[in-house]
Design a protein. Structure first.
Length: 76
């Protein structure tokens, strides 16, 4: 499973959304219906799954699926 596939599975699980809606351009709030608590839990799930720490200032900029993919891919 690629990092991107793993991330999409996390998003589907955390936000209880249909996998078909989890496209790169999707906004977590506007398109996937996430609230502020959902976003915090999503970031925490990403940190755990990818064994990393995402600083608050970076987390605030992760507003779309593509932003999350870009961040995970930047981890190396």
């Amino acid at each position: 499973m690629s990092k991107e596939e793993k991330l999409i599975d996390i998003i589907v699980e955390q936000l209880s959304v249909d996998k078909a809606k989890v496209v790169p351009a999707a906004s977590f709030v506007d398109d996937l219906g996430a609230d502020s608590l959902d976003l915090v839990e999503l970031i925490m799930a990403m940190e755990e799954a990818f064994d990393t720490e995402i600083p608050d200032e970076v987390a605030e900029k992760i507003t779309t699926v593509q932003h999350a993919i870009n961040h995970i891919n930047s981890l190396g």
